[in-house]
Design a protein around this ligand. Structure first.
Ligand SMILES: Cc1cc2nc3c(=O)[nH]c(=O)nc-3n(C[C@H](O)[C@H](O)[C@H](O)COP(=O)(O)OP(=O)(O)OC[C@H]3O[C@@H](n4cnc5c(N)ncnc54)[C@H](O)[C@@H]3O)c2cc1C
Length: 327
């Protein structure tokens, strides 16, 4: 998974720090270690794996397989520093002074808000935080996540919504109502959601725009309005007059997007960051600061495990070329 070479190349003498042990950082670490570089991976969580271990449910990716591949990285000489928050415990600038290159692969750990009235009511959760606390609990690192009620609405159309729905169905025996603001056929995870619908695991309310989380002391429902179906995700939404209604619910799980989360200490280095939070890089994955690279979802925006790993591997080639040019 993360190691693709039969044996390590002779040591180059170069040292690389990687911030973030998710699939992008791990694939990158494997590629760099194979090329003979000394690699140190820092992560604020108690063990490596990123969302693969700490968010995505184990029925999707087996954690023992991920952990075995992390063991292969260790055998190759990659050193892991768990429980280190870069920004809090040390800064990217410190790493740049002690390593020949630094790669930031910190992912997208901030949930997009629904942006409607009532969102702060008890009973509203965000898929990322809810699945993260489930994973922490399953791994023995934290208390159980809040138990969902019996009538659950999941809002969204991406992989987070898929995993939230399937977790509710498989682990709690709940059939959630999935609300998506466009036709399901144009959702980012259209195929996966269609399968859940075919298997009778979810009820789908499509082309429905959330307007308000309804309730006095906690969630009692989600007010939605129908919108005219669109053929793409780019088209503007047009509400159908008189179509407002309330879907009864005691729990709302919001899965409407994720924002990139670069370490806060990047700002002091003058690294270029796009308005949506993505770290801007050149064709070799290098940021506006020489020797500082970015890979995975913090540079791509929210994607998937395959794309994040691919980005990590390609960034490793950029780092390798940068180091070799310094000889
Ligand atoms: C709820 C949910 C469900 C998903 N389901 C799927 C799915 O079924 N299939 C699929 O392919 N993809 C899925 N994805 C997407 C997939 O998880 C991501 O695309 C992928 O994990 C991105 O990899 P990454 O390495 O860029 O970031 P991450 O996996 O997020 O790893 C980043 C790492 O950086 C660490 N970090 C962050 N900030 C700091 C800091 N300041 N200091 C130190 N460490 C830091 C984090 O702890 C984390 O370990 C899902 C995402 C979510 C949120």
């Amino acid at each position: 998974m993360f190691v693709r070479c039969p044996a390590k190349a002779p040591p180059t003498g170069y040292r690389v720090a990687v911030v973030g042990a998710g699939p992008a950082g791990l694939a990158l670490a494997g590629e760099l270690a194979c090329r003979g570089h000394e690699v140190h991976v820092f992560d604020r969580l108690p063990e490596p794996g990123g969302m693969l271990v700490f968010v995505i449910p184990s029925f999707r990716f087996r954690k023992d397989v991920v952990r075995k591949s992390i063991g292969d990285l260790e055998k190759l000489g990659v050193e892991f520093h768990a429980g280190v928050d870069v920004g809090l415990h040390l800064r990217v600038g410190d790493l740049l002074k002690s390593y020949d290159a630094v790669v930031v692969a910190t992912g997208t750990w901030r949930s997009a808000k629904l942006g409607v009235k009532g969102e702060e009511l008890p009973g509203v959760y965000y898929a990322l935080e809810w699945l993260h606390s489930r994973a922490l609990h399953e791994l023995g690192y934290g208390p159980p996540p809040p138990a969902p009620g019996s009538r659950v609405v999941v809002v969204g159309g991406g992989l987070s919504a898929v995993d939230a729905c399937e977790t509710l169905a498989r682990l709690y025996g709940i059939k959630p109502v999935l609300v998506y603001r466009r036709p399901l056929s144009v959702a980012p995870a259209a195929r996966e959601l269609a399968i859940l619908r075919e298997r009778g695991l979810i009820e789908v309310v499509e082309s429905a725009l959330p307007l308000e989380v309804v309730g006095s002391e906690r969630v009692e429902g989600l007010r939605v309005a129908s919108v005219k179906p669109t053929r793409t995700r780019a088209e503007a939404l047009e509400i159908v007059p008189g179509s407002e209604r309330v879907i009864e619910a005691d729990t709302v799980i919001v899965a409407t997007g994720l924002h990139p989360t670069p370490p806060p200490s990047l700002a002091e280095l003058g690294v270029e960051v796009a308005p949506d939070g993505r770290i801007v890089t050149d064709g070799n994955f290098m940021t506006s600061v020489p020797g500082l690279f970015a890979a995975g979802d913090v540079a791509l925006g929210a994607s998937n495990v395959h794309r994040a790993m691919e980005s990590g591997r390609r960034a490793a080639l950029g780092v390798d070329a940068y180091l070799r040019e310094r000889r």
